[in-house]
Design a protein around this ligand. Structure first.
Ligand SMILES: CC(C)(COP(=O)(O)OP(=O)(O)OC[C@H]1O[C@@H](n2cnc3c(N)ncnc32)[C@H](O)[C@@H]1OP(=O)(O)O)[C@@H](O)C(=O)NCCC(=O)NCCS
Length: 169
């Protein structure tokens, strides 16, 4: 594994469709989901992916280590709290098993949040993660990134972080 600070991000492209289906259907990814628990059928995924790629309110980044895809970060814009407040983006993250525990998710999330701010020309935005109680890795990840708990339900914790675009960008 290379130094996590040298990881790169790229926008997802059509050829990532199969890779993303494999990742979303991996048992630990399904176990971490709030709503989806059964594997997603290929035909359903392809339909969703085509819509997602055409949707300005969904941004998918592929995380690469030494040129190999090792994870994904998806941001989905939420409009419940707008327009009176900052744009809200719901986060979904997955890192391949063999890359875990080395700071990949943390480094990639930092890069991805700043990249989204730049690409969407937001001065600042709120990032939201909904994490089930039985997912300690994800809870530590978001807490370590400076997210704070804003709601706690029977099933999950909702964590949030406000991020401002760096002034020199
Ligand atoms: C959650 C996930 C993205 C973390 O990826 P990762 O690259 O291993 O995370 P990092 O190495 O950057 O670690 C981030 C923090 O989580 C902690 N962590 C990682 N794995 C952990 C585990 N199994 N148990 C407890 N804490 C853990 C790390 O110690 C680190 O905290 P620290 O900086 O205080 O030491 C990865 O486990 C994953 O893809 N899981 C399946 C999908 C999922 O749960 N997604 C989140 C949905 S909300």
């Amino acid at each position: 594994m290379q130094d996590p600070s040298t990881l790169t991000l790229r926008a997802a492209r059509t050829s990532d469709c199969t890779r993303l289906l494999e990742w979303v259907n991996s048992p630990d990814s399904l176990a971490a989901k709030l709503k989806t628990h059964a594997p997603i059928a290929s035909v359903e995924h392809v339909r969703w992916f085509e819509r997602a790629m055409a949707d300005n309110d969904i941004v998918i980044y592929i995380v690469e280590s030494d040129g190999s895809a090792c994870g994904q970060i998806r941001f989905t814009r939420q409009f419940d709290n707008e327009p009176s407040t900052a744009p809200h983006w719901l986060v979904d993250i997955f890192v391949c098993n063999s890359f875990r525990g080395a700071g990949v998710a943390r480094s990639a999330m930092e890069k991805a949040m700043h990249r989204l701010l730049l690409e969407k020309r937001h001065t600042f935005a709120a990032f939201v993660a909904e994490v089930i109680h039985e997912n300690p890795a994800s809870l530590s990840l978001f807490r370590r990134l400076g997210f704070t708990s804003v709601a706690n339900t029977k099933t999950h914790v909702c964590l949030m972080k406000n991020v401002r675009r760096a002034t020199d960008e």
